[in-house]
Design a protein around this ligand. Structure first.
Ligand code: SF4
Length: 169
């Protein structure tokens, strides 16, 4: 088997690991996941756990309709539904995720959408009323800043196509 050119960082919950705020996973069933796992190409990681947060934990959102990039710039906080400020834990988890991705040689990240950490297409607006808006989470913002190509779970076909191009190059 030829050596893979780069690995893929993946939100641990997409592998079914029970790391989400509610103590559950959210496995992504797709043939590419099984193939990449067999190739040893996927590395799972949970930024919120890495930031020191327990599981289960209260749900959290980025306040005031802001995004992960606002949090990394110091313009917004991440708050729990119970009122706790978990900004520092989210930043710490995101930094550790980028360090881990770099150490593993990941050029790509497949992240679950909607999360205040891992979201890359949409997140929730801080009202805890189920309202979405276009934006990214803290880890996704830091990954993008680090030059790692971020794909949401809804974009897995685009990642497959990107890797096919890489293989063909
Ligand atoms: S931080 Fe990311 S990997 Fe961890 S549970 Fe939330 S969405 Fe999944």
């Amino acid at each position: 088997m030829s050596e893979p050119r780069s690995k893929i960082f993946i939100s641990a919950c997409l592998l079914g690991r029970p790391v989400r705020y509610d103590g559950k996973g959210k496995r992504l069933d797709h043939p590419a996941i099984a193939r990449w796992q067999a190739e040893g190409r996927l590395v799972g990681f949970c930024p919120e756990q890495a930031g020191g947060m327990p599981t289960p934990r209260p749900p959290a959102e980025i306040e005031d309709g802001m995004s992960g990039a606002d949090v990394t710039a110091g313009r917004a906080r991440v708050v729990e539904i119970t009122g706790g400020d978990v900004t520092l834990q989210f930043l710490e988890g995101g930094r550790k995720a980028v360090e881990f991705a770099r150490a593993q040689g990941c050029a790509y990240a497949l992240l679950i959408d909607g999360s205040p950490s891992c979201g890359s297409g949409f997140i929730y607006d801080g009202s805890f009323a189920g309202r979405r808006h276009v934006g990214n989470g803290v880890t996704a913002a830091l990954m993008q800043d680090a030059g790692i190509a971020v794909f949401s779970d809804r974009e897995i076909e685009a990642l497959v196509a990107r890797l096919d191009t890489e293989t063909a190059a």
